[in-house]
Design a protein around this ligand. Structure first.
Ligand code: ZN
Length: 549
């Protein structure tokens, strides 16, 4: 048996010590207003945002407006818009008429005057200003990072997963509803460039400032929207992908250009691997960008942000301890993987954040599989188990904007790796992954949607499997003993009705030949005739115990 060392190494990525993954168990009215689909949210369906803002780096302030286009689903006369203090929502206007706003912490209830008829398409514009929360430790404890580059130029970026986009702009801050498109008009002091999502459609030069207009023509989740302001230079290439030509654009600080041209080759490599496993990149129309930021990185849709210091691994470290983690830049691969799981398939409630992080951490191993083979990939994903704590379930509480355990990264990846081996047919498994991205294309989902989809596709009832790994903290223990040419086995440390097949490697005592044998343990003892010594297939994330007679 392999001995695991470095058990105490902390995964730096998994350090949401505050905010969405904290140990908080008591929730306030503000948490419910932020995290649930309130009556004031559910009656209208988002169509489009036009965020039109000026960013003032010297004052560390933002001011501007958001024009919200929506369709009425049910008549109602109060609309909830979220904007976090200390920013102030100053005005709301519909059809040239100013509306009353009732503030309740970070939620703002706007009293509409106009009759809202089912099916009608309406617009409302909200205005705001102030000094947004400064990021404490971006991206985990986010807000706006107001930094300077080596040349003393402003280097500014937003990051807000969990905290919510309302930390820097007013919107419907719940993940279930996405606008179909978005225009971002961002005015910055002359000499600086703003990079946001989608494509740059217009640049307007004023005497002392410049406005950059970025257009996204696909649904976008609110924490995916971002501004990045700095002394950027650009280079680009075209990837010949499954849906044709994909524009890949890179924005880096001027002094990092030459370094980036070599280092960012991982971007095309990730596109190759992920299109193979997950299907076409989900946002061809919006292009793909990598944008340098003063913090580590984030999966901002079609403008993935990058701050891994041009190092391989995670800031130069291999999270798996196997060496494979140093073959690629963790941030480029991981954040690009999120284009499929986070931006294409998006959780409705952050309680289900494992869908983003489990599948995306798993995508690191699929990247290795594509470029270095299956054995290397298995070693990597198994290596990441050393960071799993099994203290809290992967799924968090619903409707209060709270994520589950930070184990959602490596335990999430290992539950998917285990599932691949249960299915035992890589083409089928690839079809499941591609099918998820096709059938939930540009959709928001729940864990149940994902569970039911996979169970149906592979025709196995996975309820006990998912309940065990997502909703319980115990890791199944295969208890076994060998008596008279037979192996006796059962699952222990599992939920009621747990069942899961597992593979054993049997080595013949005399010939030394190896044989893979599948058994179907339950909580009751079962037996099978097997000659030779037994090893448990380490691809399954389980423990085992030899029981003495
Ligand atoms: Zn991630």
């Amino acid at each position: 048996m392999k001995k695991l060392i470095f058990l105490t190494i902390l995964f730096p990525l998994i350090s949401f010590s505050q905010g969405i993954l904290s140990d908080k168990t008591e929730f306030s009215r503000q948490d419910t207003l932020r995290g649930s689909i309130t009556k004031e949210r559910s009656w209208w369906d988002l169509n489009r945002y036009h965020l039109d803002i000026s960013v003032n780096p010297e004052q560390r302030s933002i001011s501007g407006s958001n024009k919200i286009s929506y369709t009425v689903l049910k008549p109602y006369d109060v609309m909830q818009i979220d904007l976090q203090t200390p920013l102030k929502l100053t005005k709301a206007v519909q059809d040239n008429s100013e509306l009353e706003i009732i503030n309740d912490g970070n939620a703002h209830f706007i009293k509409l005057k106009k009759q809202q008829n089912i099916g009608s398409k309406e617009e409302i514009t909200v205005y705001y200003e102030g000094n947004p929360r400064v990021a404490v430790r971006a991206p985990w404890d986010g807000g706006i990072s107001w930094e300077k580059d080596r040349n003393g130029n402003h280097f500014i970026a937003s990051s807000c997963q969990g905290l919510g986009a309302s930390v820097w702009w007013p919107n419907k801050d719940h993940m279930y509803d996405e606008p179909e498109s978005m225009l971002m008009s961002v005015n910055v002091p002359k000499g600086l460039t703003n990079i946001s999502n989608g494509r740059l459609v217009k640049i307007e030069e004023m005497s002392d400032s410049t406005t950059f207009h970025w257009e996204v023509v696909n649904p976008i989740n609110n924490y995916g929207v971002n501004i990045n302001i700095g002394d950027y230079v650009n280079f680009s290439e075209v990837y010949k992908g499954e849906k044709g030509d994909l524009d890949m654009d890179y924005y880096v600080l001027s002094y990092n250009l030459e370094k980036a041209k070599i280092h960012f080759k991982d971007a095309i490599k990730s596109m190759q691997a992920f299109e193979h496993w997950f299907g076409p990149y989900p946002f061809y129309e919006d292009s793909f960008k990598l944008v340098e930021t003063p913090y580590l990185g984030m999966e901002h849709q079609s403008s993935v942000t990058y701050g891994n210091q041009y190092k391989k691994g995670y800031l130069g470290r291999d999270l798996s301890g196997t060496g494979w983690g140093l073959k690629f830049d963790y941030i480029i691969i991981h954040e690009t993987g999120h284009e499929w799981f986070a931006n294409n398939i998006t959780y409705k409630d952050i309680a289900d954040m494992w869908i983003h992080e489990g599948f995306t951490t798993y995508s690191e191993n699929l990247f290795i599989d594509y470029h270095y083979g299956k054995k290397a990939a298995s070693e990597y994903v198994i290596g990441t188990r050393r960071g799993i704590r099994n203290e809290k379930p992967l799924i968090g509480p619903y409707n209060v904007n709270k994520g589950g355990s930070s184990d959602m990264y490596s335990k999430g990846a290992n539950l998917l790796h285990t599932l691949r081996h249960i299915i035992n047919d890589d083409e089928k498994w690839r079809n499941v992954l591609r099918g998820l991205n096709r059938d939930f294309y540009h959709k928001t989902v729940t864990t149940t949607d994902i569970e039911n989809y996979i169970s149906k596709k592979i025709n196995i009832n996975l309820k006990p499997f998912f309940d065990q790994y997502l909703r319980d903290i115990r890791i199944p223990v295969l208890e076994y003993k060998q008596v008279d040419g037979k192996i006796l086995y059962r699952w222990d440390n599992v939920i009621e009705d747990f069942e899961m097949p597992i593979d054993l490697i049997a080595t013949d005592y005399v010939l030394g030949t190896q044989n893979k044998i599948r058994i179907y343990p339950t909580k009751k003892w079962k037996s099978k005739k097997i000659k030779g010594s037994i090893e448990i297939d380490s691809n399954y994330y389980v423990d085992s115990k030899y029981v003495l007679q």
